[in-house]
Design a protein around this ligand. Structure first.
Ligand SMILES: NC(=O)c1ccc[n+]([C@@H]2O[C@H](COP(=O)([O-])OP(=O)(O)OC[C@H]3O[C@@H](n4cnc5c(N)ncnc54)[C@H](O)[C@@H]3O)[C@@H](O)[C@H]2O)c1
Length: 339
């Protein structure tokens, strides 16, 4: 084939409708289905969920077909799926899809344990299928603007706040696996470095699992980072600040306003500017990135190894024993201040 012919073959391949399915029609899976139903050049083959009510909701939302089992979806012929079933099922569902040569996007966290996460990564590698992990915050345009602002900068420290009220339905994980894992991924991504030291402070004020976490980290590149997360704040707040040698970058991930201070002068003065931020829906951008990775065969935007690395740090936060000082160990009384 001439190079012109090969190029047009690649173009035709890129345009061919990709047959894709969604596994799990809960909160996240419904959103996956809604977004996929609106994307060009793909066919949403259907959504799998064992619950009739959730299947009905998915059909009402997207008009797509639904199936009560994964086998029924696979029998229809799918090339790729997004896995938004509960985390404890990710390993089983991912391996079943990989065994059929199906490309997968697995919601975060990749699995309940590092060992299961690694097995998913190894199986995908052996089968030659694309594996991407749904760390959707990377696709938040405010986060993308912060990442761009950090290009070429010497990062010194990062502080992230991700707080809010208790979720309507409590799952069996606490704030570290549910929320902080997003920010662990962001710290690794911003710094392009591994986290090598973990200093967690956790507390269960109301829930059985930890509902307050103050996590401190040091990366291999020497960056200090801090995550403040809880389910005890009456409103949602998500912010990121990054200090570099040349800049101070501040981003509100909800209002999507990103500002940087720069041009520090010896007299303490500096300049400030708002940075341009896009409007994309993060989940839409994430799913487009997944489809692109499947079509091109390129490394996906968030690899399985990255998903496992972030999970490993989150689990380390839960397993690192708090080291009570003699004074804190003695303080077992009520926390109420006298005022
Ligand atoms: N990226 C994010 O910001 C984000 C946000 C929320 C949840 N999540 C992740 O998405 C996943 C799902 O969370 P959720 O909040 O949507 O949970 P959910 O409980 O709302 O939905 C899970 C759905 O999976 C269905 N299900 C159960 N067993 C199944 C099976 N064998 N096959 C197919 N479906 C099955 C359930 O009936 C339910 O409808 C979790 O891994 C969670 O950590 C990610």
């Amino acid at each position: 084939m001439s190079s012109k012919g090969a190029a047009s073959g690649v173009k035709a391949e890129a345009k061919r409708s990709l047959r894709i399915g969604v596994i799990g029609a809960g909160v996240m899976g419904s959103n996956h289905a809604r977004v996929l139903a609106g994307l060009p050049d793909i066919t949403l083959v259907g959504v799998v969920d064992p619950l009739q009510a959730h299947r009905t909701r998915a059909t009402d939302l997207t008009g797509c077909r639904t199936f009560s089992s994964l086998d029924d979806l696979i029998a229809e012929g799918v090339e790729a799926v997004t896995i938004a079933a509960p985390t404890h099922l990710h390993h089983e569902v991912a391996l079943a899809c990989i065994a059929h040569g199906i490309h997968i996007l697995v919601e975060k966290p990749i699995a309940p344990s590092v060992a299961e996460g690694r097995e998913i990564v190894a199986a995908a590698h052996r089968a030659g299928v694309t594996l991407m992990v749904g760390h959707v915050e990377r696709f938040n345009p405010a986060v993308a603007a912060i990442k761009k602002a950090l290009s070429g900068e010497d990062i010194l420290s990062i502080a992230i706040t991700r707080v809010g009220p208790f979720p309507p339905r409590m799952s069996n994980v606490g704030v570290v696996i549910d929320l902080a894992v997003h920010d662990i991924d962001l710290i690794r991504w911003f710094t392009e470095s591994d986290i090598v030291e973990v200093q967690p402070q956790l507390s269960s004020a109301v829930a059985e699992r930890e509902d307050i976490a103050l996590l401190q980290f040091r990366t291999a590149s020497g960056v200090l980072a801090h995550i403040n997360t809880n389910w005890l704040t009456p409103f949602k707040a998500r912010s990121v600040t990054v200090a570099t040698r040349g800049k101070y970058v501040m981003g509100d991930l909800l209002t999507r306003q990103v500002t940087e201070c720069f041009g520090f002068k010896p007299d303490g003065s500096y300049s400030m500017r708002h940075l341009p931020v896009g409007h994309d829906e993060p989940l839409r951008a994430e799913l487009i990135a997944f489809i692109h990775a499947v079509r091109s065969g390129n490394v996906p935007a968030v690899t399985g190894d990255e998903g496992v690395a972030s999970l490993e740090i989150a689990i380390q936060c839960l397993e690192t024993p708090a080291k009570p000082t003699a004074a804190s160990a003695a303080l077992k009384g009520p926390r109420r201040v006298v005022g």
